[in-house]
Design a protein around this ligand. Structure first.
Ligand code: NAD
Length: 358
């Protein structure tokens, strides 16, 4: 059986740090195990265009392993060519790089390692909220430049205490973000999600659900996006919705780049409608060098907390999702049932309720 894995290149870092498991060099730590079972493992980072390893090997691979950090985009066209494909495994969480409706039609199962990096992302969200609200990045840049002008930073630095923070999506990550905010004594913690939190879970952190999205964003000082990308969330944060944000609020998106309209967010930040935008996800990855989110700033020259997609790929997270991939592949090879929480697409149908209401 051919198993194809599309991962990112780790180069020297991966040679020096074997715990960088999600790299081409370290192959999720599964190479020996796969080959000892008599299967072939092809690992590559080459994923774009018809001459890529991805498109060359997908035609006869039975299992495809991809990672959201360097997504091999499995479009409907590519599904047509992937005649042997039975199982897609996402090394991490978030399988929007796979056309999930096409997976349903082609009866290809899609599994994620659910929960594997949700704490990693929640911690990153807390950091991003703080660095925006407290105006950290320009302050650090000032120090590196050799300057010292406290008022230029302090004029746009605030406390998180007393602010209203809301999450779009209150699943594993969104809930953990709210939980971690409790000791900050925010004025209120809000969530917007078509699935209500269990009563006790909401009560434990005093989270209030707001049913209408415009109403929700208009109440938040900080909005954090923690829902999957699907038909119902692509471009959800656009010019129209941004008008309803509180002027000068902050937006953190570690969910998926395409949930936000790139140019609308840039316009809102430049105009001061929002004071900051931070996150690690981009509408195409790797992000082009001239992507506006790399450099766009608020009118005071700050408010940009963008980094490459790494919040969910800390070394701790890599250990968990590498183990999870191995166990999903093992279940498949030995005909054992999969853990239900990992199944996004089962045979010919959505098993998860998180990728939109259908
Ligand atoms: P989850 O399935 O536990 O929770 C997702 C929640 O979003 C669910 O409660 C669902 O009902 C809700 N939702 C779906 N559509 C919605 C909509 N239109 N409006 C409001 N809520 C909606 O998933 P999770 O583990 O919390 O992960 C969420 C997403 O975060 C992933 O799908 C992925 O895209 C992203 N993620 C990013 C990284 C990273 O490294 N940046 C890592 C892991 C996950």
């Amino acid at each position: 059986m051919k198993i194809l894995a599309i991962l990112y290149n780790g180069y020297t870092a991966a040679e020096e740090e074997p715990r960088l498991l999600g790299t081409v060099e370290n192959k999720l730590g599964i190479e020996e195990w796969i080959t000892s079972k008599g299967h072939e493992l092809i690992v590559s980072s080459s994923k774009e265009g018809p001459d890529s390893d991805f498109q060359k090997h997908i035609v006869d691979a039975e299992i495809l392993i991809t990672t959201p950090f360097h997504p091999g985009y499995l479009t409907r066209d590519i599904f047509e060519k992937a005649k042997n494909l039975k199982l897609c495994v996402t090394a991490g969480v978030g399988s929007d790089h796979i056309d999930l409706n096409a997976a349903v039609d082609h009866k290809v199962q899609v599994l994620e390692v659910s929960g594997s990096n949700v704490v990693s992302v929640a911690e990153h969200v807390i950091m991003s909220i703080l660095l925006l609200v407290r105006n950290f990045v320009p302050a650090h840049e000032m120090i590196e430049r050799g300057d010292w002008q406290v008022s230029d930073i302090a004029r746009n630095a605030f406390d998180l205490e007393g602010k209203v923070v809301g999450t779009i999506g209150a699943g594993r990550i969104g809930y953990r973000v709210l939980q971690r905010l409790v000791p900050f004594d925010c004025k209120e913690l809000l969530y917007y999600d078509y699935a209500a939190l269990p009563e006790k879970a909401a009560a434990d952190i005093k989270a209030r659900r707001v049913a209408d999205l415009k109403d929700f964003v208009s109440q938040c000082d900080v909005v954090t996006v923690n829902c999957p990308l699907h038909e119902g969330t692509r471009g959800l944060i656009n010019d129209d919705l941004l008008k309803h944000f509180k002027k000068g609020s902050w937006l953190v998106n570690t969910a998926r780049g395409a949930i936000c309209d790139k140019d609308a967010v840039a316009r809102a930040l430049k105009s001061g409608q929002i004071s900051g935008y931070a996150g690690d996800v981009w509408d195409v990855q790797p992000a082009p060098k001239d992507h506006t989110w790399r450099t766009v700033k608020n009118p005071l020259g700050g408010g940009n907390g963008m980094v490459p997609h790494y919040s969910g790929t800390t070394l701790d997270a890599q250990a968990r999702y590498a183990n999870g991939v191995r166990s999903i592949v093992d279940n498949y090879l030995s005909g054992k049932p999969q853990e239900p929480q990992n199944i996004i697409i089962g045979l010919g149908k959505y098993e998860t309720k998180a990728y939109g209401q259908r």
